[in-house]
Design a protein around this ligand. Structure first.
Ligand SMILES: Cc1cc2nc3c(=O)[nH]c(=O)nc-3n(C[C@H](O)[C@H](O)[C@H](O)COP(=O)(O)OP(=O)(O)OC[C@H]3O[C@@H](n4cnc5c(N)ncnc54)[C@H](O)[C@@H]3O)c2cc1C
Length: 451
């Protein structure tokens, strides 16, 4: 093969780490590296709750891909279809036009969307916290509720606006609830009319919060949240959402205008549209990250069903975490190179290093390498970890400066003015309907290829 073309879809933890390894290992000019990405940044999602609360500015966690990848050709758009027969990816560029990228090796790492269920009103009224737009809008929305509640004498409206429900007891839901509750506490000092009557609820259908933490640490996180006034309801989900109320499965009807939905992730719709084999909706891959029957295609990160070889259980899959995605990247890159050179592939194997959960203020819980840590030591560990893991010097400096400013001068609770714009609910922020079925991708690809 003269000059192989390696196309990577998605510049998140998995795609970026794969490309960085490819750039390092392949001598300049010996292969063409292409990244298809709708955004020119890699989003450091673990700190999104701190953007939602305004502790961090959005730029702090948006890592410039152009700065990180100097030998990769970047295509600004979303991969919306794959024709495996002609080895072509159909791209919908950010301009709305279609483009086409031929590949010799394809690395699929488009991550996932917020997982939603068929609950009446959920996608019309629910809000997510999985991308920068959602985090920034969420903060504006929460502050707007407090402001409007402060300005009205109608008690029913006040109750609706001052009740916030987060669904999902994983780290995303817990950190989002904790950080926004603290934002409300700060805002309340400026809105004396509210009298501090703000109700935060965290609900999850599972019997425990963050089961990965273990029973004792999970219980300490729950007790901490309850001490902060967040009502935690386990074994409970949502039956219906309307503009001004939420009905829970335990038959409670809560007046509420803010439902934050963080109940897991589902793989990008691109995966289902490709016609490639799937497992539990994710791209099916072997332990070497290649797709069975398609040795030229690799999958990794949240959108791939990567076998977890560190567990004895049959069929165990790696959980959807940054920890796994960023370690799978270099293995995928090494295997792309090995497959081009006809060499044997290596298997991905990584034992979970634990979980760090920032509960805002001075609270945190952590389980590094199986040890249980709480309070300030856990907070110090959590922050040190983010400083190490955030792959950008300017980003680290911004995050540290933001933390310092908050510690010394306190928080800022003014809105940025996004209220009344219509792109802030789950139905608006994730473009779920743009993907093409294999025959549509083939038809579009054949137009350009002329077959
Ligand atoms: C609020 C929050 C907190 C979290 N906290 C932690 C934590 O503390 N620890 C931890 O380990 N994990 C955490 N995670 C999970 C972690 O962020 C994900 O597991 C990780 O981002 C997965 O990496 P990925 O590369 O597979 O996907 P992503 O990082 O989501 O990247 C996918 C990329 O693909 C792009 N893309 C999507 N569709 C297309 C398309 N059609 N074409 C081209 N590009 C596309 C996206 O724009 C994105 O840039 C958290 C997640 C969230 C939301």
């Amino acid at each position: 093969m003269a000059r192989p073309r390696v196309v990577v879809v998605g510049g998140g933890f998995a795609g970026l780490t794969a490309l960085r390894r490819l750039e390092r290992r392949i001598p300049r000019g010996r292969a063409e590296l292409v990244l298809i990405t709708p955004n020119d940044y890699m989003l450091y999602q673990p700190l999104l709750p701190q953007v939602a609360s305004g502790l961090l500015t959005p730029q702090s966690i948006a890592v410039s891909l152009h700065r990180q990848l100097r030998q990769t050709h970047m295509v600004p758009g979303a991969a919306v279809g794959v024709d495996t027969a002609s080895r072509t990816v159909v791209v919908r560029k950010i301009s709305g036009e279609y483009g086409y990228e031929r590949y010799d090796r394809l690395v699929l790492a488009p991550g996932g969307n917020t997982r939603v269920f068929d609950i009446p009103g959920l996608i019309e009224y629910g809000r997510g916290n999985k991308n920068l737009a959602e985090a920034v809008y969420l903060r504006d929305h929460v502050l707007a509720q407090l402001e409007l509640a402060n300005a009205t004498d109608d008690q029913a409206e006040r109750d609706e606006r001052c009740t916030f429900i987060v669904v999902g007891g994983g780290y995303t839901g817990v950190e989002t609830a904790a950080s926004l509750e603290l934002l409300c506490e700060e805002a309340c000092r400026l809105y004396p009319g509210l009298g501090g009557h703000i109700n935060w609820h965290l609900v999850d259908i599972a019997p425990r919060l963050m089961p990965e933490l273990g029973e004792r640490l999970g219980d300490s996180a729950m007790n901490l949240l309850r001490r902060r006034g967040i009502e935690v309801a386990l074994g409970v989900s949502v039956r219906e959402v309307t503009q001004d109320k939420v009905t829970l499965t335990d038959d409670r009807v809560l007046p509420c205008r803010t439902l934050i939905w963080t109940a897991g992730t589902s793989p990008s719709p691109l995966i289902g549209s490709t016609g490639l084999p799937t497992e539990r909706g994710k791209l099916k891959v072997g332990a070497d990250l290649s797709v069975p029957g398609h040795p030229e295609v690799f999958g990794l990160g949240d959108s791939a069903a990567v076998p977890d070889l560190s567990k004895d259980e049959e069929g165990a899959l790696c959980p959807p975490t940054a920890q796994h995605a960023s370690r799978q990247g270099p293995v995928a890159a090494d295997n792309v190179i090995a497959s081009l050179l006809d060499r044997p592939l290596t298997e991905y194997r990584h034992k979970d290093r634990g979980l760090l959960v920032d509960l805002s203020g001075r609270d945190a819980v952590a389980r590094p390498l199986g040890r249980e840590v709480t309070g300030l030591p856990a907070l110090a560990l959590t922050r040190a970890y983010h400083m190490w893991a955030l792959p950008s010097g300017p980003g680290r400096a911004r995050v540290a400066a933001n933390w310092g400013i908050r510690a010394l001068l306190g928080g800022e609770v003014s809105r940025l003015g996004f209220l009344n714009r219509t792109i802030d609910t789950l139905v608006d922020t994730e473009e779920r309907s743009q993907y093409l079925a294999p025959e549509q991708a083939r038809e579009k690809a054949s137009l350009v290829l002329g077959d």
